[in-house]
Design a protein around this ligand. Structure first.
Ligand code: ATP
Length: 552
């Protein structure tokens, strides 16, 4: 009993450690023995001998044996008397004995959840083996005792050896032993129930573990799926950001396009109005064009009529001039100058008694001479009056007639003044050219004229071109001659003909020639012209249609 008691105390510590999951590992470090469930069943009868250390955590029935301290896991629990223990077992109620077993049920679950079961521990060293052998020995006796009458006989002998000479005690012990046997049977049943329950739970645990693994795999798959989903979501977020930016840009573009559309809409409305106006204008233009076409044909008829009328007018006009006389002579009397007045001279011409075209020169006493002219201009008549009589010749020139206007008279009588005049009182040359260009302008829609002017002087019976620079009598210049080219037509070959487009140009050319003239002084005229000055004006006329065709 001492040996068994001591082992019981030691194993009780191991049992108590096995009853709590974490302590079981520490206890296993003290005594490690792997017991199969099938072995446990055979091992259980030893519990009746108090050797509960043989059972592993699954031998929950053995937990009913230790005291409360050992059940709470205290490995320090001191060994107790067998009698006390037996009494305690005997009097321990069923629910109290099952409580540790109920706790033990937790252990496999915890082991499964923590880690797979460790491999079977190697057999403990010799000391542990001895303890095991001792336990085996201890177990063998109860096994044999539990076997039948022989075993009971052996037990009786043992009791007899233990307490020889105490017969009362032996009977009591037998009773106790019987009760212990009953208890043992009951414990075995409980243990078997617990083992079945344990198997069931183990199976459930395995199933739970399998489902846990499945769940873990599922979780892993889900995690991976979630990961891939997160990656996809991240991509979608990026894509969404990009699309949002794109949408923003498009919105701005859309706004700009909308504004542009509004502007274009307004413009299109304006264009519509313009289009209707343009349509109206087109209609009006078409009307005007048809009117213009009819007017043009009418104008053409009128133009032809006008040409005919103009031709007729020209013929009549020139006939009138011929009737008036191809050669007309006018007489102009200049006023007395200051010198003549100072000398006491008086006017010898009687203008008061003179009739139209008559010039009466008073002589001595009552004698007088009468001269007949086409016109007579008295001293009071100015340049304008003189020109009125010569103006029609400008039209004759442009009608293609040769006209010559010249002044003849004594030195200082006013030839230059009449023909050239001064800046304030232009003479015939200036005015006839002005009239010439005026008529050209009037006829611009019928005829195109090209006017040229030349200026020459005859001095000492030599002809000088006044438009040539340095053309003076002293210089060696080419001699010009007057040649007759046709009946009544004379020409000076080699003479400069300056083409002029208007009056200003023509006058500039004539001024150039005037400055080149040879001048001197006479008794009658301080600035006497010492030469004969000819201003030639030539015109070529083309009908406008012919001229345009010629230009092309
Ligand atoms: N009708 C007139 N009214 C006022 N002054 C005139 C008139 N005619 C001529 N004179 C003046 O008489 C002067 C002489 O005239 P002008 O030089 O024209 O004579 P001329 O006949 O050309 O002389 P020449 O033959 O010597 O050149 C000039 O001073 C001129 O201003």
């Amino acid at each position: 009993m001492e040996e068994g008691s001591s082992e019981s105390g030691q194993d009780g510590g191991a049992l108590s450690a096995a009853s709590v999951g974490t302590e079981a590992v520490a206890a296993a470090a003290v005594v490690r023995k792997t017991v199969k469930m099938s072995e446990t069943r055979d091992f259980i009868p030893c519990a009746s001998e108090g050797d509960y250390s043989r059972s592993s955590g699954s031998s929950a029935a053995a937990a009913a044996q230790p005291d409360v301290a050992s059940c709470t896991g205290s490995s320090e629990a001191a060994p107790r008397d067998d009698a006390d223990a037996d009494a305690e077992i005997h009097h321990t109620p069923d629910y109290a004995r099952r409580a540790p077993a109920a706790r033990l049920r937790i252990a496999p679950l915890e082991l499964f959840s923590a880690a797979p079961s460790p491999p079977a521990a190697p057999r403990p060293p010799a000391k542990a083996a001895d303890a095991e052998d001792a336990a085996d020995d201890g177990a063998a006796a109860p096994e044999a005792g539990a076997g039948g009458g022989a075993q009971e006989g052996a037990m009786g002998c043992q009791i007899a050896r233990t307490d020889k000479g105490n017969g009362d005690c032996c009977g009591q012990l037998r009773q106790e032993y019987d009760s212990l046997l009953r208890e043992k049977g009951e414990c075995r049943r409980v243990l078997e129930d617990l083992m079945r329950e344990n198997d069931l739970k183990t199976k459930e645990c395995h199933e739970a573990q399998t489902s846990l693994r499945d769940l873990q795999m599922e979780l892993m798959r889900k995690s991976m799926h979630v990961g891939s989903l997160a990656f996809a979501v991240e991509g979608q977020v990026k894509e969404k950001t990009r699309w949002r930016q794109l949408l923003k840009d498009l919105s701005e573009k859309f706004k700009a396009l909308k504004t542009e559309h509004q502007i274009l809409l307004k413009e299109s409305e304006e264009y519509k109005k313009c289009l209707s106006d343009a349509t109206q204008m087109t209609t009006t233009i078409h009307q005007y064009m048809s009117q213009y076409a009819s007017l043009e044909s009418e104008f053409k008829d009128l133009k032809e009529k006008f040409s005919e009328e103009a031709k007729e007018h020209k013929d009549l006009y020139n006939k009138l001039i011929e009737l008036k006389g191809n050669i007309r002579v006018f007489c102009r009397c200049r006023p007395l100058n200051t010198e003549e007045t100072a000398e006491g001279a008086s006017m010898a011409i009687d203008f008061d008694s003179a009739k139209d075209g008559e010039l009466i020169v008073r002589g001595h006493v009552s004698s007088k001479k009468v001269f007949k002219f086409d016109s007579v201009f008295n001293p009071e008549e100015d340049q304008e009056k003189v020109f009125e009589k010569t103006a029609p010749f400008a039209t004759s020139v442009l009608d293609g007639f040769n006209v010559c206007i010249f002044a003849y008279g004594q030195t200082g009588t006013g030839k230059t003044f009449t023909m050239e005049g001064t800046e304030g009182a232009r003479g015939v040359n200036y005015r006839i050219l002005d009239e010439l260009f005026r008529v050209v302008k009037d006829r611009h829609d019928l005829f195109q004229y090209e006017i040229t002017v030349s200026a020459l002087e005859v001095y000492n019976e030599q002809i000088h071109d006044l438009l040539l620079t340095g053309s003076q009598p002293s210089t060696t210049t080419k001699r010009l001659e007057v040649r007759q080219v046709a009946e009544g037509v004379h020409h000076v070959p080699g003479l400069v003909e300056a083409r002029v487009a208007n009056m200003d140009e023509a006058w500039d050319v004539l001024q150039t020639g005037s400055k080149a003239r040879v001048v001197g002084s006479t008794n009658a005229n301080e600035h006497s012209s010492r030469s004969h000055w000819y201003t030639l004006c030539d015109g070529q006329r083309r009908k406008l249609d012919e001229w345009r065709a010629h230009k092309q």
